[in-house]
Write a protein that binds this ligand. Structure first.
Ligand code: 26Q
Length: 797
């Protein structure tokens, strides 16, 4: 048989099995006959069918891990932004065509079903999406691993716009059946809070918590590339120890009877919609402890089932803390070893230290977690004592260090000192972590901080989301690249082929048309596919400088109006992103973008040559449509503020050159794609620090730039908010007086670089060449490479 016939036979067989599975689940899991089944029923039946296909490799992976007594990696994260899972399963199992065929036989449209799956949005942004990409790579590489997190009832809020303003609504992904998970009622742990500690005459301390909740496990299998391996994402839901107060119910106090349940459930009810500031203090601390304690207790129990000797822990267990949110893992592990297992304190700390590692994701001082001693002690009295012990242990080794200082517990310092490795997420960020965040600790432990630059999974971020480019790549260099992404390098030589460039251009064009259709269906305006699709999608934050982008838009609008007959390169500015609900400035920026869109998009003089579109509720699924359609990637953070960025990698991979600053992973991307294929502008990190010392730097920058001054005057005077002329007076005033993020200082360079982009885009052949070089040169940014680095440099697996 030929290879092609072989493949066709397999596909037919797969399609047959899928079809049978869907029919069976429709009937026996959903209780529907095909005549009366809704699209929801079909979708869940499909998901269950795919899940069935994952179970065997999942069992096999677990068996192998036990048989070989492998070291396991535990990835603890408050966030897992995994998005939709049907496409993911189909991609990794190689069932794309079979699925489509099976569903067509059943009279169903596979793409439609998949597009109706709700996003699992258990995260805010980069840190949560990174955790999801890492799970994908851990399974692809066949590393025995567990993701541990919280099964939030409500993921990140739904965003809509009312008169341009962000409005938040509770997200409700669990309203519908979530077919991917297995509930594990038998895997539950009792998690305590509050109370006090007592020390007996033999010196043993015990903790008597004042209240308890149950942490119950829900497992989602995570299948790797080609279904070779599967790991588990275990999410904890909070349940009450007593479900219901029957006495109160019988006394007619119906609401009060349900109180124990309501109270416990708040612990896993919502994801904190904030990625900068600490807030909701007590509940947040309890959430962190809740999922971390359950995870540590679970992994120790698993270890105990296999081994008698606790001293083997660091050989068999690696615990990665995704930022400081799970840093309570350190005292919790020590507490279990000392209080439950009877080990000596110093030995226990030593063992914990051998297991733990910590990834830092931020340089923003306001995002570094700290808890007041009063709160910490009240909620976790025993852990407070242990933190003091860890501090003393660290002092004995490294001198005058502190975790508790000025009445607060510094979680970054705790995570650093309790870990044997600490890593930054890009080369620059790692250097800045050494220089700024942990300067003193780094001097004392110069070997501890290492760099592991982030990565993204090419399965989701190229193979699945960009079918047109995927087939071109397959035709050109073969199909081995999804788990060996550096093979994309072989595309570079094809950049010289006119034929290849043409086909690459057609793929991009198809994606742009797909986005244009999606936008219109979403209620957005019709956009011109000949225009540059210039995309800025990420959380809204002052340091990410969406304000710089919209001010440049205004300046360009002015330029077009001044010379309406000139041959302008058409551009569509696409924004996407949510602001933390309490972040006033970020919300003002959202409103300004929407206000500018209303004016610019309806200006007959501009006639569609410049448009601003801002679809609401940006999420993973939107990114999957937008990124493949992008021509230009906006990565314009103030230098020194974006730890890494991962969107930057996804854009480059999908053939959108970057306009950006020397910040985070941009620097490494530029090194690889080469400077001529990257639009660089702006102050460097050191220049930013220096400029801040100069009094009146913002005012000076504004006075030196007519373009900027004019745009700011328009905003301040209400040109985009005629019904409320003073709406943006604060926003503009703040720029004059306190432009901390250097929007004014970088404005002229940004504007000029955007004009270079225009010129470059006019030369379509040159542009395509640059786009191809971006795809070809960023294979290194696969999360497989990042995970390999963690495996050797951090975990020792
Ligand atoms: C802390 C306390 C209370 C409430 C919320 C938080 C909180 C929540 C989320 C603090 C930080 C975050 C998220 C941070 C984050 O996403 N950081 C991003 O991490 C990416 C992965 O490393 C990087 O690429 C980005 O540069 C970084 O901004």
């Amino acid at each position: 048989m030929t290879v092609a016939m072989d493949a066709r036979t397999t596909q037919l067989a797969d399609a047959h099995v899928i079809r049978q599975g869907v029919e069976r689940h429709l009937k026996y899991s959903m209780g529907k006959d095909p005549e009366h089944a809704s699209r929801y029923d079909w979708r869940v039946a499909l998901s269950l069918t795919l899940r069935d296909r994952i179970v065997d490799p999942w069992f096999e992976s677990t068996r192998q891990t036990y048989a070989e007594q492998r070291k396991r990696v535990y990835y603890l994260s408050m966030e897992f932004l995994i998005g939709r899972l049907i496409q993911d399963a189909v991609t990794n199992l190689g069932l794309e065509d079979a699925c489509r065929e099976a569903l067509a036989d059943l009279g169903q449209d596979a793409d439609l079903l998949m597009s109706e799956e709700p996003d699992a949005a258990l995260g805010n942004g980069g840190l949560g999406r990174l955790a999801a990409c890492f799970l994908d790579s851990l399974s692809t590489l066949g590393i025995a691993a567990y993701g541990y997190g919280v099964r939030y009832e409500h993921g990140l809020f739904r965003q809509s716009f009312e008169n341009g303003r962000q409005v938040e609504e509770a997200e409700d992904w669990l309203q519908q059946e979530h077919p991917w998970e297995f509930v594990r009622p038998e895997v539950s742990f009792c998690i305590g809070f509050g109370g006090s500690t007592t020390t007996s005459s033999d010196g043993r301390t015990t903790w008597q918590p004042a209240e308890f909740v149950i942490a119950q496990a829900y497992d989602t299998p995570i299948i790797g590339w080609e279904g070779r391996w599967a790991n588990t994402l275990r999410l904890w839901a909070a349940k009450p120890t007593t479900i219901f107060d029957l006495h109160r119910f019988n006394a007619g106090e119906y609401a009060a009877a349900a109180e124990p349940e309501a109270l416990a459930r708040t612990l896993s009810r919502v994801l904190y919609p904030d990625d900068t500031t600490e807030q909701g203090k007590e509940l947040r601390l309890k959430q962190e402890y809740f999922f971390t304690a359950a995870s540590i207790q679970d992994l120790v129990a698993r270890f105990r089932r296999e081994y008698d000797d606790l001293r083997l822990l660091p050989e068999r267990v690696a615990i990665q803390m995704n930022d400081t949110h799970p840093a309570i893992a350190a005292p919790e592990l020590v507490r279990i070893l000392v209080d439950d297992q009877g080990m000596a304190m110093a030995a226990a700390i030593e063992l914990a230290h051998g297991c733990l590692a910590y990834t830092n994701h931020t340089l923003l001082p306001e995002a570094l977690e700290s808890w007041s001693v009063e709160l910490f002690r009240r909620v976790l009295p025993r852990h407070f004592e242990i933190v003091q012990q860890i501090e003393a242990w660290a002092r004995a080794r490294a001198g005058d260090v502190s975790i508790i200082e000025h009445g607060v517990v510094k979680m970054g310092d705790l995570a650093f000192l309790a870990s044997h490795r600490v890593n930054g997420v890009s080369a620059l960020h790692t250097e800045l972590v050494k220089r700024l965040v942990f300067r003193d600790l780094h001097e004392r432990h110069p070997e501890r901080i290492v760099n592991v630059t982030n990565g993204v999974t090419p399965r989701r971020w190229l193979h699945a989301c960009n079918p047109s480019l995927r087939s071109l790549i397959n035709d050109t260099i073969g199909t081995e690249w999804p788990d060996q992404l550096e093979r994309l390098d072989a595309l570079a030589e094809h950049a010289d082929s006119e034929e290849f460039r043409h086909r690459y251009g057609l793929a991009k064009r198809a994606n742009k048309a797909r986005l244009a259709r999606w936008l219109e269906a979403d209620g957005g305006p019709r956009i011109d596919c000949d225009a540059i699709f210039d995309v800025h999608i990420k959380r809204i934050h002052e340091y990410k400088r969406q304000l710089l982008n919209i001010l440049e838009t205004i300046a360009q609008w002015n330029a077009i109006r001044a010379e309406p007959t000139k041959d302008w390169v058409p551009r569509v500015k696409i924004f996407g992103g949510k602001a933390a609900p309490g972040y006033y400035m970020a919300k003002q920026i959202i409103r300004l973008i929407n206000d500018v869109a209303a004016v610019v998009n309806n200006d007959p003089v501009v006639a569609g040559r410049l448009m601003v579109v801002y679809p609401d509720n940006y999420n993973v699924s939107m990114a999957e449509v937008v990124i493949p359609a992008s021509d230009l990637s906006e990565q314009i953070s103030t230098a020194g503020k974006e730890a890494s960025g991962t969107g930057n990698m996804k854009f480059a991979l999908n053939g959108a050159p970057t306009i950006g600053t020397l910040d985070g992973a941009n620097i490494e991307i530029r090194d690889r794609v080469r400077p001529e294929n990257f639009f660089l502008f702006g102050l460097t990190t050191d220049e930013v620090i220096e400029r801040r010392q100069q009094p009146g730097y913002a005012r000076a920058a504004i006075e030196a730039s007519d373009r900027l001054a004019h745009a700011l005057d328009q905003v301040a005077a209400g040109r985009f908010s005629p019904e409320e002329p003073g709406r943006y007076r604060d926003l503009v005033g703040n720029l004059y007086d306190y432009d901390y993020f250097m929007v004014t200082v970088d404005f002229d360079a940004y504007f000029a670089t955007q004009r270079e982009v225009d010129a470059a885009y006019r030369d379509q052949e040159g542009w395509l060449r640059a786009a191809i070089m971006n795809t070809a040169r960023v294979g290194w940014f696969s999360s497989d490479r990042a995970i390999r680095q963690y495996a050797t440099e951090v975990w020792g697996v």
